[in-house]
Design a protein around this ligand. Sequence first.
Ligand SMILES: [Fe+2]
Ligand SMILES: [Fe+2]
Length: 290
Amino acid sequence: MIIGQITDLHIGFDGQDKRCANMQRLHHVLDSLRSFRRGPDLLLLTGDLVESGEQWAYEKLKDALTSLHIPAYFALGNHDNRDAFADVFGDANFNDGFLQYVIEDHPVRIIVLDSLKPGRHGGSFCARRADWLRARLSEQPDRPTLIALHHPPIVTHIGWMTAKPGADWTRRLSEVVSDFPNVIQIISGHIHRTITQPFAGSLVSVANSVAPQVKLEFAQIDADIPDGRILLTEDLPGYCLHYWDGETLTTHTGTSPEGRVIARFDEKHSSVVHLTTDAGGQNPKIMGEH
Ligand SMILES: [Fe+2]
Ligand SMILES: [Fe+2]
């Protein structure tokens, strides 16, 4: 199965009646997802769906997704609003007041978590949510399970976009996940960059964002000293495809729109494909011939 993931759409950033640059970026990504000969079986949207938690923005998002024709599932981020989201997505699966639920009908079991605490930028994962997760994981401890949430529970080393070392909420999540080796990966967003890091015997991955990207910079930052560093860049919007082959989950990252095509599998390049698909074949000459 192929699990599609997009994150941090921030629809409505430019205001209700303005042309929305982030919506344009979303359409590029949806075009890419539709273009695959073998595309995702479902799409997970891992939070910061809209910029300011407003109902009209969720309605625009809902309209945009109708063209995709695969099931879409949502996690909420710090820019989201549970009530406004629920007003638009009436079948949203809230449990104990949080948008947390299980997707059971695929080879990989998917558990969506809610790391939102209204008014807080960083993540949150309280004892109630931890108990809920432990109960769900205990139901099927031998089944490959993917967790999806907005906030990655990791120290990113990007000073202004990171969980704090030893934060209560990341420790709480770690304590649950470490008891379940069947958690194959924890997919997330929020950082607006692609990152991977081991976590509690599993792996956290952060997907690149649909909205503009956070600049990679490890130099320490002092919130009281604006030093002119770049914070955000208008790189291409992105997505992830997580490919499950029955044993291993492989995460691929893409951006949209695709770059210029330099080769196709046509008569001219059939020998190249023979070489690359034959084990031990010679290096094909394909790059630089155009
Ligand atoms: Fe975001
Ligand atoms: Fe976020």
